[in-house]
Design a protein around this ligand. Structure first.
Ligand SMILES: NC(=O)CC[C@H](N)C(=O)O
Length: 306
């Protein structure tokens, strides 16, 4: 029944998904076909259903922020992390610089916008950018149950060579004392984690691990504490689709996190993980087809929790 629902929803959404635009501000992402569309769903018992392009690789981009935040909360505790980055949603785009300057003490509003993710990453107690990235990758491998998970070198280099906006954000934050250390080294680990290459199936496993409170149903390993998962799901529900989070909560009604690579991970608490992939994005940088698939699935399977 679930496999049939996934298949018919992908076909139904396909024409509409094409109205979106593939991200081009990271040149390598512009090479993706806007026609790709796929979904995978995993239950807490480890059943897996999929339809469409569920095994096509793409980069996590902002979805990786959930992993690095999970690592920071585990290693440093919530008090330390949230003294440097807020937990409130924002109505500004994910890479906006405006509010950072306007409001002292210049603390990014939440860890899922770029500024907040970069500050969170800077707090991790590792020697340099490569070590920091390896720690994020190690946690991602366990959350997804994929020991081969790795960065897409071409996308990583493409963003590293072009990301003036993230450089501007990070140097600004350092100038007002909200960030310390070597900015290029820090951004290097940020670009690497954003370029971690996954499939919709991988994201569904990540989703169910978060949905279950931290246990990966395929490996049986407890990867994150229940309290950390609760915080991640709360931030996904309120901030996971940037300035589109409120609309997503109304239309879909469960925690999710998007990335400009076209992926969205969703965690339906104590029930399912869902991964969707459709690189044609809406104007806010969320997968247009992906959001629509999740909305239709939420209706068909009564998944709404918000
Ligand atoms: N929304 C996103 O997925 C943004 C991630 C991207 N790497 C950036 O920093 O711009």
């Amino acid at each position: 029944m679930i496999e049939g629902a996934l298949r018919s929803i992908v076909e139904e959404v396909r024409p509409e998904a094409l109205k979106g635009q593939v991200a081009t501000y990271i040149p390598e992402l512009g090479k993706q076909s806007p026609e790709l569309l796929g979904v995978a769903q995993v239950s807490m018992q480890g059943d897996l259903w999929a339809a469409g392009d569920a095994e096509t690789p793409f980069t996590m981009q902002s979805i990786s922020k959930v992993v690095s935040l999970g690592l920071a909360l585990t290693e440093l505790g919530e008090e330390r992390v949230f003294s440097r980055v807020g937990v409130d949603p924002t109505a500004d785009p994910f890479n906006s610089i405006m509010r950072l300057e306007m409001v002292a003490p210049h603390r990014p509003q939440n860890p899922l916008i770029n500024a907040g993710a970069i500050v969170t990453l800077s707090l991790l107690p590792y020697g340099d950018g490569v070590e920091r990235f390896l720690a994020v990758r190690a946690l991602a491998r366990r959350l997804l149950g994929n020991p081969d998970l790795d960065a897409d070198e071409a996308v990583y280099l493409s963003e590293k060579q072009t990301s003036d906006r993230n450089r501007a954000l990070a140097y600004f934050l350092r100038s007002v004392g909200a960030l310390e250390g070597d900015i290029e080294d820090l951004l290097d680990s940020y670009f690497r984690q954003c370029s971690l290459r996954v499939t919709a199936k991988d994201l569904a496993v990540l989703g169910v691990t978060l949905a279950s409170g931290g246990v990966n149903p395929f490996t049986g390993e407890r990867v994150l504490a229940p309290r950390v998962c609760r915080i991640l799901r709360a931030l996904m529900a309120t901030c996971g689709l940037y300035d589109g989070s409120g609309e997503f909560a109304v239309r879909v009604g469960f925690p999710a996190k998007s990335g400009v690579g076209g992926g969205i991970v969703a965690a339906v608490p104590m029930r399912y993980g869902i991964g969707v992939f459709g690189p044609a994005l809406d104007p806010k940088g969320n997968s247009l087809g992906g959001v629509r698939i999740l909305e239709r699935l939420s209706q068909e399977l009564s998944l709404r929790v918000l």
